[in-house]
Design a protein around this ligand. Structure first.
Ligand SMILES: *Cc1c(COP(=O)(O)O)cnc(C)c1O
Length: 392
């Protein structure tokens, strides 16, 4: 059993309410708008669309549901293939399976840890040669860092294949001053409890294609035809967000910029304290981009450090600190065994290296100075140069 020394638990990324949520929830209760949909939902959708600078938004029950709706709108079905970042949470790819389609996983590149344009190009060349292009490309912005969108857009536009931007982790980030989530045919956000802002559970689908978004609303409410009786001509889903949860979202959106700033400061503090250690490399930030630094993430040179991320996570756990490895690449998941995968290059398998060496540190915007120092001390102690450790 892990001995936690009675210290309070430091979580990876817990919810952080603003205090403003209650006024929107109260308004919903006062007006009896408890059922799905209602004024908070409409307002939350408009506020997000304005913030991202897109034509519209549809509030749904999860980020996963938003990805599923995007694939449905693009008419993805059995036999189709979808290119998808491999270094991500399984939710990016599960909806591909819901549609009976086949994922093809694309490796990361070292500058952003996100989809490698080189690997993507090779995947497209092969697909083009075999006469079967993918129906869509799902591009993930990992831990808040935008992918190389110019390069990826240029490839996808050349093949005329739409992008679904999985911005679940990157709300509040920008790429060349443009908001994350606004680059694809569809953008997806998540308001799960661990994300930069939360509705306890929820998601948002955004797009400039207002017609498609109206179709998404229809699909997400059981595809109910306009008729006085319950009539349905199409398969539908129950994916809409409740008016209560949208109220939480409105209260959270008010302070999004503060939360981004807080997470960036947390990153800077970790950087200041730990970047001098010889075997640590922080996740880079691509030039001309601003990451929300959802999670402070780094890699450890195991040979030099003499310790693996797993051992470090164990040591942190003994201090009652929650740390996590980097996402396990989807092409390594048993669920996707045998799935096609394009590495960054013949010699360079970037996502697998990041998985082997990567570590995410507690990064909640409500972490205290004292808590951060507990994490820093533990890291410094574990990563002391070996010779020094022996002399001591
Ligand atoms: C959280 C997350 C999702 C899914 O969001 P849910 O709201 O939990 O369904 C999708 N993609 C990525 C990259 C995520 O981190």
């Amino acid at each position: 059993m892990i001995q936690t020394k009675n210290k309070s638990r430091i979580y990876l990324s817990p919810p952080h309410l603003s205090g403003h949520e209650i006024k929107y929830i109260q308004a919903a209760i006062d007006t009896n708008w408890i059922a799905p949909l209602g004024p908070n939902v409409d307002a939350f959708e408009n506020e997000i669309a304005r913030y991202i600078g897109v034509g519209g938004a549809v509030a749904v029950s999860s980020g996963t549901a938003a990805i599923h709706l995007a694939l449905s709108l693009l008419d993805v079905k059995k036999g189709d293939s979808i290119f998808c970042s491999t270094l991500t949470f399984v939710a990016s790819a599960n909806p591909i399976l819901y549609q009976g389609a086949e994922p093809v996983f694309i490796d990361s590149e070292p500058e952003t840890w996100n989809m490698s344009p080189e690997a993507l190009e090779r995947a497209f060349q092969d697909a083009s040669r075999s006469g079967k292009l993918p129906k869509a490309v799902i591009v993930v912005n990992l831990y808040g860092q935008s992918a190389k969108m110019d390069e990826i857009l240029s490839i996808c536009n050349r093949y005329d294949v739409p992008i679904i931007e999985d911005a679940a982790e990157s709300l509040g980030s920008t790429y060349k001053r443009k908001p994350s989530g606004s680059f694809g045919k569809f953008g997806v956000f998540s308001f799960n409890g661990n994300k930069i802002i939360t509705t306890s559970g929820g998601g948002m689908l955004v797009s400039d294609d207002v017609k498609a978004l109206n179709k998404a609303r229809f699909l997400a409410t059981q595809s109910r035809d306009p008729a006085p009786h319950y009539q349905h001509s199409e398969r539908g889903f129950n994916y809409r967000m409740s008016n209560i949860l949208a109220g939480i979202g409105r209260g959270q959106l008010e302070i999004l910029e503060e939360r981004v700033l807080a997470r960036r400061i947390i990153f800077s503090k970790y950087y200041r304290e730990l970047s001098d250690l010889p075997d640590i490399h922080f996740m880079p930030e691509l030039e001309n981009t601003m990451s929300n630094r959802w999670l402070t993430t780094l890699t450890i040179d195991q040979k030099g450090a003499g310790i693996s991320p797993y051992e470090l996570i164990q040591l942190l756990a003994e201090e009652n600190i929650e740390a996590r490895p980097v996402w396990k690449p989807l092409h390594l998941q048993p669920l996707f065994e045998g799935t096609k995968y394009y590495p960054h290059s013949d010699l360079h398998n970037v996502s697998e290296q990041l998985f082997t060496n990567g570590l995410c540190l507690p990064s909640g915007s409500n972490i205290s100075e004292e808590e951060m120092m507990r994490v820093v001390d533990c890291m410094k102690h574990a990563l002391k140069p070996k010779a020094y450790r022996i002399i001591q």
